[in-house]
Design a protein. Structure first.
Length: 474
């Protein structure tokens, strides 16, 4: 049985940059504190062991020095100094015993509390750990050897004490080391907070700048007096804003061009249609319908060019650049046989070599630019028309050449402009097509070159040639 949709899990709140950095600093300090505490505890434990081991050895030495032989047996007169040394750990239980050569107890604690000492070895001083009245304790054995007429053999002095003073000393050393460390950690976190706030202050200025900007203001933001990391981030943001500004400006131009270019043909179609509807004469109506059909075909061509330009503008900025052989572009244009539609029967030739002519660009955009060059040559040039691709002077060239003289110099200077108002001239009919060509050339670091030659007029797209090393990789 359905109980309704399950609630979405709550999204975790996004932590601020300040809290992240402070959290990281805190974790680092905490780990450092743990390491320092462990090291301090270990060193404190070793220091306490060495200090109280010396006390045990001192007490055992004082007792050993007080042993004398009387009537063939060891006799001990316990010195006060030994117990004064052991009294430095007043809370600890102590143990002492003097053991003769046969293991007999010369003096010491009650036999029920005797400690099982390890076997005698070569060292005169030996330490060991054992239990004393249920508590862990530390013991030392100091052996003194006697060689006299009526007594000969070793006498062991065993002194021990529990570990309360050692543990207290270790604890005090750790606390004394960690308290300054904790205070220093708090101070460091405060300093880190101030430093982070100071380092992030430029971000506040950037936010202030962006919040007061006009929505259509995509000019680059200033990067002076910024830290290097922010300069990198702001540089990437400026490059993105520049691309966005280019796209917005291209869309504005496209809308403006479309409105400008469509106004005249749409008005002419409306006039021709009204004329054809209102003219009573059959012959005049037929001429009006012919003009209407011509204007309609012209409008269709114009719409195709405008849509092609919009697509090229989009692709040149969004599509990745790949290695393109300009010979394949020229061959594709020939194989599509667009010339049969634009200029039936026109003579068209292809000139390409055996070596590849590689550029880094978008193949579709290059093909659109080449088709527009060919379309202008077919519409306004003279046959034969040649399309080719080659390497010239270290550059990659894709050209279309007709056998005519070409337009006048002042017309060439204005070719490729977005639009012009000289209706009926060659400039208007080629303006959008060559505007596409100019946009494609600029998008891929190239240029458009139009030159008169002894054998005709050539319009060429010139791009940087891909180096030989990159050709081998491709």
């Amino acid at each position: 049985m359905s109980t309704g949709p399950e609630p979405h899990p709550r999204a975790r709140p996004v932590r601020s940059l300040v809290s992240r950095v402070l959290g990281t600093v805190f974790v680092i300090l905490l780990l450092g504190g743990v390491l320092v505490a462990g090291s301090t505890w270990w060193n404190g434990q070793q220091a306490a062991r060495q200090a109280y081991d010396r006390i045990l050895v001192g007490a055992a030495s004082d007792i050993a020095e007080s042993i004398r032989v009387q009537r063939g047996a060891p006799l001990v007169d316990l010195p006060v100094s030994a117990f004064q040394l052991l009294a430095q750990a007043p809370e600890d239980r102590i143990y002492y015993a003097v053991i003769g050569p046969g293991g007999q107890l010369v003096t010491g604690v009650d036999p029920d509390h005797r400690i099982t000492a390890p076997a005698r070895g070569g060292a005169p001083v030996r330490f060991f750990d054992d239990m004393l009245d249920g508590e862990p304790a530390r013991f030392v054995i100091l052996t003194r050897r006697f060689v006299e007429r009526d007594f000969s053999g070793p006498v062991d002095v065993v002194v021990g004490q529990t570990l309360r003073a050692r543990k207290a000393m270790t604890r005090d050393l750790v606390i004394d080391a960690l308290l300054p460390l904790a205070l220093a950690g708090i101070v460091m976190i405060g300093i880190a907070f101030l430093v982070i706030r100071s380092a992030l202050a430029p971000l506040g200025a950037l936010i202030e700048d962006l919040s007061h900007r006009d929505p259509y203001d995509l000019t680059p933001m200033p990067t002076e007096r910024l830290p290097r990391e922010l300069q990198v981030m702001l540089g990437a943001m400026n490059r993105f804003m520049q691309r966005l500004d280019t796209q917005v400006e291209a869309m504005r131009n496209l809308i403006s061009d479309t409105a400008h270019q469509l106004r005249t043909p749409v008005a002419a179609i409306r006039v021709h249609a009204e004329t054809a509807m209102s003219d009573p004469e059959e012959e005049a109506r037929g001429r009006a319908l012919d003009r209407l059909a011509l204007r309609t075909r012209s409008l269709g061509t114009l719409l195709d060019q405008l849509l092609s330009r919009a697509l090229v503008i989009h692709r040149t900025d969004s599509m990745p650049r790949t290695l393109v052989d300009l010979r394949e572009i020229a061959l594709e244009i020939m194989e599509r046989d667009d010339s049969a539609v634009l200029a039936p029967g026109a003579e068209l030739r292809l000139e390409i070599g055996e070596d590849p002519v590689l550029v880094r660009a978008d193949a579709f955009s290059l093909a659109e630019a080449a088709r527009n060059l060919l379309g202008n040559a077919l519409s306004h040039g003279q046959a034969p028309i040649v399309i080719g691709a080659a390497e010239e002077g270290g550059q990659a060239v894709l050209w279309v050449q007709d056998s005519g003289p070409g337009p006048e110099d002042q017309v060439i200077a204005r070719l490729g402009a977005r639009f012009n108002r000289n209706a009926g001239t060659r400039e208007q009919s080629t303006g959008i097509g060559l505007s596409i060509v100019t946009s494609v050339a600029a998008a891929f670091d190239g240029r458009v070159e139009m030159t008169r030659r002894s054998d005709g007029f050539r319009a060429a797209l010139i791009f940087p040639l891909v180096p030989d090393t990159m050709r081998e990789d491709a």
